[in-house]
Design a protein around this ligand. Structure first.
Ligand code: F6R
Length: 242
């Protein structure tokens, strides 16, 4: 694992955006893996700003998102499809039919199989952006998820539901299930960039990097990936032993 530590969130987001923009410029047909949540938001803002001022071209880029809540249509303001469209995709020149978010509203088994098949057909994911939950989840792969999982329906743990309650007004409104890429799906991407900032993430970051590789800390599997870079601020990195 490579680790980059930034003094503040702003410089961290600028650096991650530069990685993504440079990757798109180097390979205009790149397959990007994207994530939602608060971690990538300002990175996306930087990418939009760059597209508007420098015209970086996304017309041949393909994207795959990590996850989607079960039961929410893409038009629901809290769906991850809606989040992606409004936070990034509608503001770049990428045709929306080249952007993929798991479908949490139809036949779920079929949706999971189709998602995996689409990733394979696209030639695999070149560069995946990840955040990390305070409990070490990546995607919606909660502690206890088997390392050999592919895209599947996951049950959200109460701590994840509580963590996302701020977006739904109250925890009771948060869906209890999500369709998520599995750990094995994530391990097969060519390159991973994981963003974490703030003291709330410090314990998960320490366990991911310095702890044992165990299914009770899903992100710890990334120790075994060949090309992972962590982009951390000083608070998220505070407990690391390096
Ligand atoms: C989002 C996702 C989640 C988040 C994680 C961190 O698509 O898969 O694993 O990355 O929950 O969320 P934030 O960034 O809101 O702290």
């Amino acid at each position: 694992m490579q680790i980059q530590i930034f003094q503040d969130k702003e410089s961290l987001h600028r650096a991650v955006a530069k990685e993504l923009i440079d990757a798109v410029k180097t390979n205009p047909n790149i397959v990007l893996g994207l994530s939602t949540g608060s971690s990538p938001l300002e990175t996306y803002d930087n990418m939009i700003k760059d597209h508007q001022t420098s015209g970086t071209d996304y017309s041949d880029v393909v994207t795959f998102n990590l996850d989607e809540y079960v039961g929410l249509e893409g038009s629901h303001p809290q769906s991850y499809r809606y989040f992606m469209n409004t936070s990034l995709l509608n503001n770049l020149n990428i045709p929306l039919n080249q952007t993929n978010v798991p479908d949490g509203s139809g036949d779920l088994k079929e949706a999971c199989e189709e998602y995996e098949a689409k990733i394979v057909k696209a030639g695999g994911i070149d560069l995946q952006l990840l955040g990390i939950g305070t409990n070490g989840h990546i995607g919606f792969n909660e502690p206890g998820t088997a390392f050999d999982t592919r895209t599947h329906v996951a049950q959200l743990l109460q701590e994840t539901i509580d963590g996302n309650a701020r977006f739904f007004g109250s925890a009771v409104n948060v869906p209890k299930e999500a369709v998520t890429m599995g750990i094995q799906t994530i391990m097969e991407v060519k390159k991973i960039i994981l963003i974490a900032y703030g003291s709330k993430k410090a314990t998960a970051i320490r366990e991911m990097v310095n702890g044992p590789v165990t299914e009770s800390m899903p992100a710890s599997i990334l120790q075994k990936h060949q090309n992972v870079t962590l982009f951390l601020d000083e608070e998220a990195a505070a407990l690391l032993k390096i």
